[in-house]
Design a protein around this ligand. Structure first.
Ligand code: AHR
Length: 826
């Protein structure tokens, strides 16, 4: 209600705002541009951060087949009996991750791993559970808890045998963490004999609990053997061995047109053994060996296997896009002329997805419960395997690629084959060979400003070249754990992709999921634990764009005045993982040199002023101290001496400091003491403005001078000019427009990337607007995030707006994305 009111006010009012920064948006709906790719927005799903295991894959039991090894990792808490904490490479003997002896029934349970008389050849271990007295119980702590939902039906399956025929009864269900309360329980029907047998039991909780655990209690002493203990809640689309509902529904709300899977680095692995091999991931669960996800440090059951990925894509109404391993893993590879096995695996994977009953793998798919083909059309040859440096997982990529391409096209000419390009180290990745390719997969992990600056990135791409698939992109720096500013940077970049959707055919944000107990890679757009899930601001940008994608771009242009440079400024000092000293700081405005009082407003770091020397003595990132004096000028010289005492880098000299969200720094010896650069922070978003090779030595005083002449900046080190650059304020307002020919609507998107409101004059011609709705994503600060405590701090609000504005003034809120959807008279 409050937001609705505000929004209408913004539209109608000719408010009193600074005339300094204004913008005009002209839209002509009658001038059509490119057709928007119908597959533009999709998903990149990777098994990372427990995205699947303990996440989207609805299995609730951790270490269900007792194969896992307890592994410690630096900086991680090691839990009771290793529960849930199995990271790191070196296994710890003697612990059975996630399984504990529960004290609810009084008597003690003894749990051991056995490696004899196993369920089948694939299973390497089973649990031996002995009780000398009864009743006694064991419990599984799930993936950092198991949610108990009152009224839901949970399905338990497990395999068991006994030393002697077991005469007692097993009670199973969900228990409170302290074993005091059974939220759900049932008894296992049928006696447990000497040979392995599968048991299935269902139960329904009588109470809700966020972090319960699974328990099994025996009412008579004995020795039982257990394997493949599996528990599922109701799943998305009621699939057996399916997906967690809330998480899958969050994916569904993104209307994905394709799903790229299963990675990412997960495809590559860290060795031949830990690389993804689809054939190990299909068929009965107890016959899947699982493998160690070495890239992201946890074991996977592969219960969410190749078939389940295809099924998920189908259930989401999306095209599957499978990424194959090209015989390269992190740290090693097969010789490029000995990769037939990998090519055959790719061909077999296509046959599994698309083959009929007359094919070996088509038959296998049918036996696994999917009679119709999945009609897979996209296959990607490798993940990030075409860096210029062959040692970066890129040995002979082109030679590998063409072998896959030829083999695939010979048998499946309709398949769209996707090639790798450089995934890091350049903003302009390229296909550096003559081989045919349908799409190229670009990856960008950068800062909010980088994305905001790339609105025009695709404007000049060669239209005769292959189509572009931006398979992984996300703001990953200067963004907390994923804030609104990051999402807005991505939104501007996405508008650029829409504008160029004739060449950019597909894109997918990365990564999708993080279990908050395993934040290996942040940010991610969907966060969750055992009982909660919520979206980041980026999630909502993805959703708003996918909901409002339209069919055809129409002409739009933004004219804006730039935010003028403030004449008020301070100066300051900083360091990054380095201990430094500064002295003789002088500021000259006109002809009057001022000695800067060594007085500091400390933001971070251990700063001290002694005998006129300012020192910072910790080796942590982003140590900053600002001089409190505020000056008034747009031209000045700042001179000082600086000495490095220890650490990784050099000096940070802060100038044009307006506030903590708007300033510049000269970064000498930055980027691991390899570059001298100038970085600009504007509207809380930092970007690298210029760099040149340069290092800083220890234990010597350097003379540094920064000359500021309005927008022109010159920096000198020991009298040598290192930078001479004009830094203009970037555009802060971005927009585009499109029509949806199916619904007869006009969609206009506007992003204000600035920290201040920008008045926007909107002029729309070529369409008779009948009514409109507007969705607004904003918050008090660009730094706002959605957290466990405040999961909905930054979410969009939608409003009916019966305005038929052809010309109107919109007070574009600071840090906002606005999407107008207008019904147009035919
Ligand atoms: O998305 C996370 C990782 O980033 C992916 O595994 C990889 O492809 C990229 O380096």
């Amino acid at each position: 209600m409050k937001r609705t009111y505000l929004l209408c006010m913004m539209l109608c009012a000719i408010a009193l705002v600074s005339k300094a920064q204004t913008a005009v948006l002209n839209v002509d709906a009658s001038r059509e541009g490119v057709t928007i790719s119908p597959t533009l927005y999709g998903l990149f799903y990777e098994e990372i951060n427990h995205a699947g295991e303990g996440g989207l894959y609805a299995e609730l039991i951790q270490n269900r087949s007792f194969e896992d090894e307890a592994r410690p990792i630096r900086n991680r808490r090691f839990g009771e009996n290793g529960e849930g904490e199995r990271f790191g490479r070196r296994p710890l003997p003697g612990l059975i991750p996630a399984w504990v002896s529960a004290n609810s029934e009084g008597a003690a349970s003894k749990m051991e791993i056995t490696t004899t008389n196993l369920l089948n050849k694939v299973q390497q271990k089973a649990l031996k559970w002995s009780t000398a007295e009864a009743p006694a119980a064991i419990a599984n702590t799930g993936f950092w808890g198991i949610e108990s939902v009152k009224g839901d039906t949970y399905t338990l399956t497990f395999w068991a045998r006994a030393d002697k025929n077991y005469k007692g009864t097993l009670r199973v269900g969900l228990q409170s963490k302290d074993s005091a309360v059974w939220y759900a329980e049932a008894t296992v029907k049928g006696k447990i004999g000497k040979t392995w047998k599968k048991y299935t039991v269902t139960f329904t909780p009588k109470a809700n609990a966020d972090y319960a655990r699974f328990a099994m209690a025996a009412d008579m002493p004995g020795t039982l053997y257990l394997d493949m203990v599996s528990l599922f809640p109701p799943t998305y689309k009621d699939r057996v061995n399916g997906c967690r509902k809330d998480l899958a529904e969050m994916l569904e709300a993104l209307h994905p047109k394709f799903v790229r899977f299963p990675g990412g680095c997960f495809v590559e692995g860290m060795s031949k053994e830990s690389a993804y091999e689809w054939k190990r991931t299909v068929g009965p669960l107890e016959e899947r060996p699982g493998h160690y996800n070495a890239n992201w440090h946890y074991p996977v059951t592969d219960g969410m296997g190749y078939h389940e990925y295809l099924q998920l894509a189908e259930d989401l109404g999306a095209e599957p896009l499978y990424v194959v391993n090209v015989g390269i893993w992190h740290g090693g590879f097969e010789p490029y002329d000995q990769i037939d096995e990998y090519i055959q695996n790719a061909l077999d994977a296509i046959e599994y997805a698309n083959g009929d009953k007359n094919t070996k793998y088509g038959r296998m798919r049918i036996a696994n419960g999917h009679p119709e083909p999945f009609n897979m059309k996209y296959i990607e040859i490798g993940n990030e395997n075409y860096q210029p440096n062959p040692r970066e997982q890129s040995d002979h990529y082109a030679e590998r690629y063409i072998q896959f391409y030829n083999a695939i096209k010979a048998r499946y000419p309709e398949m769209q084959v996707i090639g790798n390009v450089e995934s890091w180290g350049t903003d302009y990745p390229s296909w550096r060979n003559e081989y045919p390719v349908d799409l190229l997969d670009e990856h960008y992990y950068r800062s909010p400003s980088w994305f905001a600056g790339k609105y025009h990135h695709y404007d000049n791409y060669d239209r005769k070249g292959p189509k572009i698939y931006v398979g992984e992109y996300a703001v990953t720096s200067n963004c907390g754990e994923g804030n609104l500013k990051a999402a807005l940077g991505e939104a501007i970049y996405m508008m650029g992709m829409e504008n160029n959707s004739d060449i950019v055919a597909m894109c997918s944000y990365a990564p999708v999921f993080v279990n908050i107990h395993d934040k290996t890679w942040m940010p991610d757009m969907i966060r969750f634990d055992a009982a909660h899930s919520w979206g980041s601001p980026s999630y909502y940008v993805q959703r708003l764009f996918a909901e409002n994608v339209g069919t055809t771009m129409v002409a739009s242009e933004v004219k804006q005045t730039r935010r003028p440079k403030s004449s008020k400024f301070s100066v300051g000092f900083g360091s990054w993982n380095t201990e430094v000293e500064y002295k003789d700081v002088k500021l000259t405005i006109g002809n009057s040199p001022l000695v800067i009082a060594p007085d500091l407003n400390i933001k971070k770091g251990k700063w001290q002023v002694k005998d006129g020397v300012i020192s910072q003595s910790t080796q942590t990132t982003e140590c900053v101290a600002i001089c409190p004096e505020v000056f008034d000028a747009t031209s000045y010289d700042l001179t000082l001496k600086a000495r490095k005492q220890a650490g990784d880098e050099g000096f940070l000299i802060i100038f044009d400091y307006f506030d903590e969200d708007n300033y510049k720094w000269l970064n000498l010896g930055g980027w691991g003491n390899t570059q001298h650069g100038i970085e600009t922070t504007m509207a809380a978003s930092k970007s690298t403005t210029i760099t040149a090779a340069g290092t800083i030595e220890k234990d010597r005083w350097y003379d540094i001078r920064i000359e500021v002449r309005d927008e022109q900046i010159r920096a000198f080190v020991d009298g040598q000019l290192v930078h001479d650059i004009t830094i203009t304020t970037p555009d802060m307002l971005y927009a585009n427009a499109m029509v949806d020919k199916e619904t007869g609507e006009l969609v206009v998107k506007v992003v204000n990337f600035d920290d201040v409101m920008i008045p926007l004059q909107m002029n729309i011609k070529g369409a008779d607007i009948v009514s409109s709705t507007v969705a607004l994503l904003t918050s008090e600060s660009g730094k706002d995030e959605n957290t466990f405590a405040e999961p909905e701090k930054v979410v969009p609000t939608s409003t009916e707006c019966n305005l038929t504005f052809k010309e109107s003034l919109y007070m574009t809120p600071a840090n906002s994305l606005t999407v107008w959807r207008m019904k147009v008279k035919k």
